[in-house]
Design a protein around this ligand. Structure first.
Ligand code: GLN
Length: 200
């Protein structure tokens, strides 16, 4: 029997940022991963993770490596995508301040929203969509979602700010589940990829 959960392969955009952490998180739950560095690597995957890092740099690198347009098209055609932190910013239709971004999800984001004092912090919260148990949430110069519109829906809030959202094949979190030992969010995303794969 295949060890691979839901029989899915998940790509991880590997231009910059927390790549190995997402690989480890997915491998821990038995999901096959591939690193995406070229447009060809987008073939044969059931979903993709856009990791944290620096969203302006990531946006520029996506263009430089010729991945920007093909990735955008795949997502618009239903490829499951999970953006954490900078990845969330890349997916947003609206960002305060212009920068290259994929602009596919009905959310408005504010970069570095927590300001200098709370630059990086951790806390615990229950997000029922992911798990009944409290999740450790790690924020690093994190954005928050100022508003959802259109087809996006709020998945989690913290202190009145939206920190996770979903729109069909797209999932975003402003925190970093790959930096904890808990696998609930990666399990949830692998399931999203599996559902889409079985429908395709
Ligand atoms: N502050 C970064 C940005 O605006 C995101 C930080 C992160 O991904 N951890 O792109």
């Amino acid at each position: 029997m295949s060890k691979n959960k839901n029989n899915v392969t998940i790509g991880i955009l590997a231009l910059q940022g927390s790549v190995t952490e997402h690989e480890r998180a997915l491998e821990n739950i038995g999901v096959k991963t591939v690193r995406v560095l070229k447009p060809e690597h987008l073939e044969g995957i059931n979903g993709i993770i856009l990791p944290g890092g620096e969203s302006t740099t990531l946006g520029k690198l996506l263009k430089l490596f010729g991945i920007f347009e093909p990735l955008r098209e795949k997502i618009q055609n239903g490829l499951a995508v999970f953006g954490t932190c900078a990845g969330l910013i890349l997916l947003a239709k609206e960002i305060e301040g212009e920068q290259p971004h994929l602009g596919v999800m009905d959310i408005r984001v504010r970069r570095n929203a927590y300001g200098r004092q709370l630059d990086s912090f951790e806390c615990e919260s229950v997000i029922t969509e992911f798990s009944a148990d409290p999740l450790e949430l790690v924020f690093i110069r994190a954005p928050w979602i100022e508003k959802t519109f259109g087809n996006a829906r709020v998945v989690a809030e913290l202190d009145g700010h939206v920190i996770a959202a979903r729109q069909n094949n797209m999932l975003v979190t402003s925190f970093h589940p790959e930096l904890t030992e808990q696998s609930a969010v990666h399990e949830y995303f692998a399931k999203m990829c599996g559902e889409r794969a079985s429908r395709a």
